[in-house]
Design a protein around this ligand. Structure first.
Ligand code: URA
Ligand code: SF4
Length: 204
């Protein structure tokens, strides 16, 4: 058991160093710090956002700004700590002015996410927002029509040699922007995390 975990940690350390010095796409020119990802390497659930924002770019950690605070609240409301899941993004460097990542950037960065999925081997991968959903569902050949059409369902997909259930949901920033969307995020994460019962939607 310990030997297996140590292997994973070493593999992830190598990957994190590769990402931190990566120059495979133009986003490396404007980033302050790359944001590889963080969390448990034994996680059953991996959360994949879109791209680092300003705070993430400063700290080199995923979801540490406002959207991250909401994500933390939802997770803890469901009885899950950040340390129990693994959190990363589709692209590991911040796009200038938080613009959408371009296809070529997503394509250049994709092998890192595949490797992370291979190392952690989660059962469930939650796609936070449409960019993440489009990419992850693409591995299963699922045609992406829009986040509202796919959210809350589980799609069996093979990524990095690992069979995972991809569960798309809305991006936490969208739930911040429109509080009426928050219950959707809560319900989808509840499903992805295999939690039931606790009704936390009241105080979100
Ligand atoms: N939004 C994202 O998609 N990812 C982050 O890490 C932070 C905000
Ligand atoms: Fe490399 Fe990904 Fe950063 Fe582009 S976004 S420079 S591919 S780590």
């Amino acid at each position: 058991m310990a030997a297996i975990s140590m292997g994973k940690r070493e593999e992830m350390d190598v990957l994190e160093r590769l990402i931190s010095s990566c120059r495979k796409c133009p986003l490396h020119m404007s980033r302050r710090r790359a944001v590889p990802g963080e969390g448990s390497l034994e996680a059953r659930v991996m959360l994949v956002g879109e791209a680092p924002g300003e705070r993430e770019d400063e700290e080199g950690r995923p979801f540490v700004g406002q959207a991250g605070r909401l994500l933390n609240e939802v997770l803890s409301g469901l009885g899950v700590s950040r340390g129990e899941v693994y959190i990363t993004n589709v692209v590991k460097c911040r796009p200038p002015n938080n613009r959408d990542p371009e296809d070529a950037e997503v394509e250049a960065c994709r092998p890192y996410l595949e490797k992370q999925i291979q190392i952690v081997a989660p059962r469930v991968v939650v796609a936070l927002g449409r960019h993440s959903a489009r990419l992850l569902l693409g591995y299963g050949g699922v045609r992406f029509r829009g986040i509202m059409q796919v959210r809350g369902r589980a799609y069996r997909v093979r990524i990095g040699g690992v069979d995972v259930d991809v569960v798309p949901t809305i991006h936490p920033a969208a739930a911040l922007y429109n509080p009426r969307n928050r219950p959707l995020l809560v319900e989808d994460l509840r499903r992805a995390l295999g939690r039931r019962g606790t009704d936390i939607t009241d105080f979100l």
